[in-house]
Design a protein around this ligand. Structure first.
Ligand code: SAH
Ligand code: SF4
Length: 397
């Protein structure tokens, strides 16, 4: 398999950057039904020649089998006449991304290396806790934004994931956890965070289409209150995200001065802190019962002083934000230009925010031993390429 390398521009930190274009069709010419709204399935069936009434009925049946039972082929759909199964499978696909590798961390965190039908690799992580299980879903292969502390940001290859590839991650997790048919009680997978690879608000339409299916009571059935979308600050898309998707918002703030945020989150040069926090204040649906999470990665001697903590409190108050702060100890990766703040520093920072009446939890790093922790995601293929390059470099030296 080879990746399609035709280039197209998608937004970057300052100017658009050329990336491999999105896959639009499968090599076998079949139409992928996963990721389509019900109405889209119906329309596809009708376009292939089914009578309108039949198309409507079949769409309903297929939807049920796919999203309530998790079946992966038409032959299992027992209320559809057997003679129609080959007709369907010649024209349509219901596929998940391929699983290239599945790993389990010593703390129970699981990571999957997945592959798209056109040969792009990306990752997904499941984090089990006592009272919940959170799936960390990717929205792009790589990321155009190059935050300096993030491993994904060093990847060159990027394409937007299709709705099928985003919904497919949740379905794969249900497969792996044995959670079909999906009943809302006693599930391990209870929460979703759009915090894997990529910037979800630079793939807005596909993320929206996918999350609609994930949130559909008759689809994958997860409440919007259990889904969080994290953005590094794509200001012009934030209002639409709140209005049209309506999930919880997390914002990767990470710094409180222009100088430092420009350095570590280059998108800040395009959309500055004031603009970002104003957009947060206007985020539809945010209130004291549904707070915005501000993520803040703790980088030693970079953004972790008492003065930074006090400025953070001042900013959150100034913009009257219903906020909670999530302090993320920096997770190292080979060649990273930063170190994690000391435990005492993180504690001191957290105390200042907490004493101002703002929740300031320190996020426990999970799955570090399998590179599954925040900011460590980078496909195994790329890691291998890099380590080969390092080896060659060492030999040449
Ligand atoms: N692109 C989106 C969502 C994916 S990143 C965003 O940036 O918000 C998910 C979170 O992990 C972000 O808050 C990101 O800043 C953080 N992160 C990235 N690299 C990290 C690292 N090396 N250590 C700890 N957190 C990191
Ligand atoms: Fe992209 Fe988020 Fe990583 Fe920044 S932190 S490079 S926006 S994935």
């Amino acid at each position: 398999m080879s990746a399609d390398t035709t280039l197209m521009p998608i937004p970057g930190p300052v100017d658009p950057v050329p990336v491999p274009r999105a896959a639009t069709s499968r090599a076998d010419g079949k139409v992928e039904l996963i990721g389509l709204p019900r109405e889209g399935i119906r329309a596809a069936l009708e376009a292939a020649g089914l009578e309108p009434k039949q198309a409507k009925l079949r769409a309903k049946q297929i939807w049920h089998w796919v999203y309530n039972r998790g079946v992966g082929h038409f032959a299992a759909m027992t209320d559809i006449a057997k003679v129609q199964h080959p007709w369907l499978s010649e024209r349509f696909a219901i596929t998940r991304p391929d699983v290239v590798e599945a790993q389990v961390s010593s703390d129970g965190t699981r990571k999957w290396l997945l592959r798209t039908h056109d040969g792009h690799d990306f990752e997904m992580v499941f984090i089990p806790d006592a009272d919940r299980g959170t799936l960390c879903v990717s929205s792009q292969v790589g990321c155009t934004l190059n935050c300096r502390f993030c491993h994904t940001g060093t990847m060159k290859l990027v394409r937007n994931l299709e709705p099928a590839e985003i919904v497919g991650q949740v379905m794969l997790a249900r497969d792996a956890l044995g959670e079909w048919p999906s009943s809302p009680d006693g599930r391990m997978l209870t929460n979703i965070v759009m915090m894997g690879m990529g910037e979800p608000l630079y793939n807005f339409d596909n993320v929206k289409q996918a999350l609609k299916i994930v949130m559909d009571g008759d689809g994958l059935g997860l409440s919007k209150r259990r889904i969080t979308l994290s953005t590094s600050g794509v200001v012009p898309m934030m209002e639409r995200a709140g209005e049209e998707i309506g999930v919880n918002l997390a914002v990767s703030l990470h710094a409180v001065t222009k100088e430092i945020r420009d350095e570590i989150v280059p998108l800040n040069r395009k959309y500055g802190i004031e603009e970002l926090l104003s957009a947060c204040a206007a985020y539809p649906g945010a209130n004291n019962a549904r707070r915005i999470t501000f993520e803040y990665v703790m980088l030693k001697d970079k953004n972790d002083s008492d003065a930074d903590a006090r400025e953070l409190v001042r900013l959150l108050r100034h913009y009257k934000l219903p906020a909670k702060v999530n302090l993320i100890p920096f997770n190292p990766w080979p060649g990273a230009p930063y170190e994690c703040s000391t435990e005492e520093r993180i504690k001191a920072f957290s105390n200042i925010v907490f004493e101002a009446g703002i929740s300031a939890r320190v996020r426990t790093p999970r799955g570090r031993d399998i590179d599954a922790a925040c900011g460590q995601l980078k496909t195994a293929a790329e890691r291998k390429r890099r380590s080969q390059m390092d080896e060659q470099g060492a030999r040449a030296a």
